[in-house]
Design a protein around this ligand. Structure first.
Ligand SMILES: [Zn+2]
Length: 319
């Protein structure tokens, strides 16, 4: 009998073209230019070829635009899950008041419901931004989990790189100073765990998995950067990350972004972004290579299904 595979979840943060322009400080983002009609067909076709269902974290602002409805509805029609990625996609969400956070979650939920026919009950903060108030709001609204944590040692480095490449003013940099999370984030567990909230209720946390022990990211964007050096090195890096997950019994939560599947041939405006020199066709190939390796090692599930299937015995962390 074949050995039972460990579970893993796969999700994609559907950050749109305008949200990258906004972080980068480019004019014109206020009109919400979109590439969803390009990236979604490519992504959904690739997922069909792989036979994988995943969770799409949708930004409410995109769902609020009527002309995006048909393409967003396609996610659900092709059997994937939809989840809430906030309304405005502001990585300083953690500085919002509790009221403002709740409003942000609710308007995104309503917009996504209108666009896709599904009410979301899973959340990931923009730029891995989260706060105690956020977790309390999610629990109150009966969300089944939060997925905003990125436990890594290198977020200060990632931030430096981003600012170095951006045209942001000093004030804008200040408001983005915790982009990619703060250093304390790196001490949280990689395995799913329960937050114990002040009202004594629990909320499941499914962090984005970084390499166990080393806590360096290995999601698809990182594999793309490494593939720029060598595909062999990329595969080795991924296989080592998988080995570490198995060794530490960490069921990975694997994260994808639109720019993992499209290059500057489709979005010349985002040529500043790392890895954009690689063309879309090549990116899809790299994606299929990585996903096939993951699929050979794990049973890949969308996050809602994953949350239902994982062991109920887990660590509790007092908020
Ligand atoms: Zn995002």
């Amino acid at each position: 009998m074949a050995k039972k595979k460990m579970l893993a979840s796969v999700s994609l943060d559907l950050d749109d073209k305008w949200s990258y322009m906004k972080v980068h400080g480019d004019a014109g983002w206020e009109k919400f230019p979109s590439y969803l009609d390009v990236v979604l067909p490519i992504t959904l076709d690739a997922l069909d070829r792989l036979g994988i269902k995943i969770t799409f974290f949708i930004v409410g602002q995109d769902a609020a635009i009527e002309k995006n409805h048909a393409i967003l509805k396609m996610i659900v029609d092709r059997g994937h899950e939809v989840a809430n990625h906030s309304f405005h996609h502001e990585s300083w969400l953690k500085t919002y008041s509790k009221e403002k956070i709740e409003a942000e979650i609710v308007i995104a939920e309503e917009a996504i419901l209108k666009a896709t026919g599904k009410r979301t009950n899973m959340f990931r903060g923009p730029g891995f931004s989260w706060s105690n108030d956020l977790l309390e709001v999610l629990q109150k609204r009966n969300y089944i989990f939060d997925a905003s944590l990125l436990p890594t040692y290198i977020s200060p480095l990632m931030r430096k790189y981003y600012f170095w490449k951006s045209k942001l003013s000093k004030e804008e940099k200040e408001s983005r100073k915790e982009l990619f999370g703060s250093f304390k984030e790196s001490f949280y567990p990689l395995k799913p765990y329960n937050w114990k909230l002040p009202n004594k209720k629990d909320l499941l946390e499914i962090p984005v998995t970084t390499m166990p022990v080393f806590k360096i990211p290995f999601h698809q964007s990182y594999l793309i950067y490494i593939s720029n050096i060598s595909q062999g090195l990329m595969k080795m890096y991924l296989r080592f990350a998988i080995f570490m997950c198995k060794l530490t019994k960490t069921p990975p939560s694997y994260l994808l972004h639109p720019l993992d599947l499209i290059g500057s041939d489709h979005v010349p405006e985002l040529a500043f972004f790392p890895g954009m020199n690689i063309q879309s066709e090549q990116k899809v190939k790299i994606f299929e290579t990585a996903m096939t390796i993951l699929k050979n090692n794990f049973e890949l599930l969308p996050m809602g299904e994953f949350a239902e299937r994982i062991s109920k015995e887990r660590k509790t962390i007092q908020l």
